[in-house]
Design a protein around this ligand. Structure first.
Ligand code: PEP
Ligand code: MG
Length: 328
């Protein structure tokens, strides 16, 4: 079916009933930006900036960061690139960042990582903000923060970027034409304060990899647990349904950037929950687009609503049957 997916490259990502679904890709390296054209994606929905830090033997200097961001933006052209600020620490430890013995963690995934670390080591965050601002001069800069757990963390991170913007402005440097700020929803607690957070955001991106590990208290990398909890479980889908409808009520664009969105059946469920933006691995764009072009979003929404209300336990087989009935 590869040739079939390749033929879809230039066809729009629209459901049978005319709902446009944005299909973006997850990336992290300079070379990944080329995948955009290869698969015909709408942009980069998650650029994992920590990759550069992880593959480097020493802390990448600001100029080096800036070059990478600029190259990626150039490759993307008019399409948006959502840069996620560094998600390091915990299991993504940097060899060149010293840690004291007492800083070793029992639960690195829930530890001092991502925005928590970046706000404490704000020199790192300031340099990255400057690199991003300068790389995106004359363009729109999309920036999002990982592992936001409480609204104040988002506020502080945004203030830090704004401070750098003002400084650059005072130096008469050319700035981005606009900055769009977003947060990742990966920590379940954030879902309970969305009414407070959403009015301050330009977009929300749901990171289902971390979110499901925290919802089920199940290590995402643990081989014995990998098959145990289904992304199509009623708990996850009900949780996501609430988040998505809260975003709609606040008119804040919401997308999913975890691996869940790259699996055809899961992506189908997400569309049924009202998700209209997916950021997935490039290889999934073809199969997911083929599915999108074969479903009716409103019918899918009705079906999902019914399943979640009645509390069907095996949503996966129900969705599979639904898809088979329609030759999807
Ligand atoms: C996620 O947690 O779902 C996510 C997209 O981020 P990462 O996989 O990089 O933790
Ligand atoms: Mg994550």
């Amino acid at each position: 079916r590869r040739a079939e997916f390749a033929a879809l490259r230039d066809l729009p990502s629209v459901t049978l009933d005319g709902q446009r679904i944005e299909l973006m890709v997850n990336a992290g390296l300079r070379e990944d930006a080329q995948a955009l054209d290869l698969v015909g994606a709408d942009g980069i929905g998650l650029f994992r900036t920590e990759f550069q830090f992880l593959v480097s033997a020493t802390l990448p200097q600001r100029e080096k960061q800036q070059r990478l961001y600029k190259d990626v933006l150039d490759a993307a052209g008019d399409r948006p690139v959502i840069f996620r600020t560094v998600d390091i620490g915990g299991d993504k430890a940097l060899p060149y960042m010293q840690r004291d013995e007492e800083e070793l963690e029992d639960n690195p995934a829930m530890g001092w990582r991502a925005l928590r670390l970046a706000l404490d080591r704000d020199g790192l965050m300031k340099a990255q903000a400057r690199a991003l601002l300068e790389a995106a001069s004359g363009k729109v800069l999309h920036i999002m923060f990982p592992m936001v757990s409480e609204p104040w963390e988002y506020d502080q991170a945004k203030a830090l970027v704004e401070h750098q913007r003002q400084w650059l402005q005072s130096q008469r440097k050319k700035l981005p034409v606009a900055i769009r700020y977003g947060a990742m929803l990966e920590v379940p607690a954030l879902a309970e304060v969305l009414d407070i957070l959403l009015p301050r955001l330009d977009f929300l991106s749901i990171g289902t990899n971390d979110l499901t590990q925290f919802l089920f208290a199940a290590d995402r990398a643990h081989p014995r647990l990998a098959e145990r909890y289904d992304w199509l479980s009623i708990a996850i889908l009900r949780f996501l349904a609430r988040v998505v409808s809260t975003c709609h009520a606040h008119e804040v664009p919401v997308g999913v950037c975890g691996e869940m969105g790259g699996r055809t059946l899961e992506a189908m469920a997400l569309i049924g929950l009202g998700v209209r933006r997916l950021s997935i691995t490039p290889a999934s764009v073809g199969p997911v687009k083929a599915m999108i072009r074969a479903v009716e979003a409103t019918e899918l929404e009705r079906f999902l609503k019914g399943l979640l209300e009645t509390g069907v336990s095996d949503i996966r087989s129900q969705l599979t049957a639904w898809a088979e009935d329609r030759d999807i």
